[in-house]
Write a protein that binds this ligand. Structure first.
Ligand code: NAP
Length: 357
């Protein structure tokens, strides 16, 4: 898989937040990456991780990590890392991530650099070839330096569902209505008084991200940059009282009039680079079609494939665009820390000096 004998030294920036906590749990016992440092804001710095974090995961914090000190970002600037996982707010990430990226590989969940020309906006099953935007690893380094960005959490579920359809049939117009979980708003998040018994039809900048990022991810590498796919995406985003898991109601104008069975077959047989390479965080099935009636449901299906599988159901004809379906994607696993970890594994396998390709 990777022939390097030592694990890659990893830091997590924003380690106390919703996504940071997922990184901490997913890095526990990871075969390639060793968590060597944690950073958060001045509010948390100087404390042991267990005292700084409001732990919201269902499994306890690993004892070794619980005792690790939380640093300010500045304190980590002179330390050596092979890879930095960022779970910072975009406003903080904007200046900090390029500083780390001059020295090592940064894999980020923040939106600050997603649309930068030299930044792959990566969903490992969808556009692994976009890693070509990274420079080759420098002399003496095992990984390239630069930024790899994880897309918006709803966009990830959308492009996973669309990629096999783009390859098999093609389309030009997509309409998506999202029902997004409260964990997507970070900690402390939206107040219970605002979200219980309620649906809020607005999430800051979310619709714009879905509409812009989809074209870049489904685009192709040309002359060292990404030529975005030519398609119109219309997004309407809603916050709903679900803890984890974003649901997407999608309509799409598939070309060639495939039957509904053709579409299901294309989803069911979809496998890509992470599965072929056997990457540690790759689900056996990136997409699963669960049935025509009641699935997918957030509480029931979000953890399929350790939260890395996109579940789909309710495929039927659409009187406006031709085809419609419902997809579900776990926002803090596939949509954030799990997706970023898979992206890092792909970068090791494809761009690292000790990778398997
Ligand atoms: P969050 O719960 O608000 O966590 C933010 C983290 O950033 C905390 O660790 C916080 O530390 C730290 N931080 C804040 N200001 C800082 C500063 N000035 N210097 C250093 N650290 C600072 O947010 P989140 O939901 O985990 O999201 C993190 C990032 O991932 C965001 O860019 C978000 O848009 C993106 N994202 C989130 C999701 C999701 O489902 N939640 C999905 C995809 C992408 P303190 O605890 O010390 O304040």
């Amino acid at each position: 898989m990777t022939t390097r004998s030592e694990p890659f030294r990893a830091a997590v920036l924003g380690a106390t937040g919703t996504v940071g906590q997922r990184f901490v749990t997913l890095l526990e016992g990871h075969p390639w990456f060793e968590l060597t440092a944690l950073a958060a804001s001045e509010r948390s710095a100087g404390k042991a991780y267990r005292d700084a974090v409001t732990w919201i995961q269902t499994r306890p914090i690993d004892e070794t990590v619980a005792a690790m000190p939380v640093h300010t970002i500045d304190e980590l600037k002179d330390r050596e890392f092979d890879i930095v996982f960022s779970a910072l707010d975009a406003s903080v990430a904007r200046d900090i991530e390029p500083e780390f990226a001059r020295r090592c590989l940064v894999v980020t969940n923040a939106s600050a650099h997603r649309m930068d020309e030299d930044v792959p906006l990566l969903v490992p099953e969808v556009n692994p070839d976009h890693l070509a935007l990274l420079p080759p690893a420098r002399e003496g380094a095992d990984l390239p330096n630069g930024i790899v960005a994880n897309p918006n959490c709803s966009t990830i579920g959308l492009v996973l569902a669309l990629k096999p359809l783009a390859s098999a049939f093609g389309f030009e117009r997509v309409s998506v209505v999202t029902l997004q979980a409260v964990s997507g708003a970070g900690l402390p998040g939206i107040s219970s008084y605002q979200i219980l018994d309620n649906v809020i039809p607005w999430i800051s900048s979310e619709e714009e991200k879905l509409e812009i990022e989809t074209g870049k991810i489904l685009g192709r590498v040309s002359g060292g940059t990404i030529e975005p796919a030519e398609l119109a995406v219309s997004a309407q985003c809603n916050r709903v009282p679900v803890v984890d898991g974003h649901t997407l109601c999608v309509s799409v104008d598939l070309k060639g009039e495939p039957t509904l069975e053709d579409v299901k077959e294309v989803w069911g047989s979809f496998r890509a680079a992470p599965q072929e390479l056997g990457l540690p965080s790759a689900p056996a099935q990136p997409i699963v079609y669960l049935g025509d009636d009641t699935p997918p449901q957030a509480r029931v299906h979000r953890d399929l494939g350790q939260g890395m599988t996109t579940s789909i159901g309710r495929l039927r004809e659409c009187p406006i665009l031709g085809y419609r379906f419902v997809a579900l994607s776990h926002n803090t696993l596939r949509g954030a820390a799990g997706g970023a970890l898979l992206a890092a594994e792909l970068a090791v396998a494809r761009c690292g000096r000790h990778g398997s390709e």
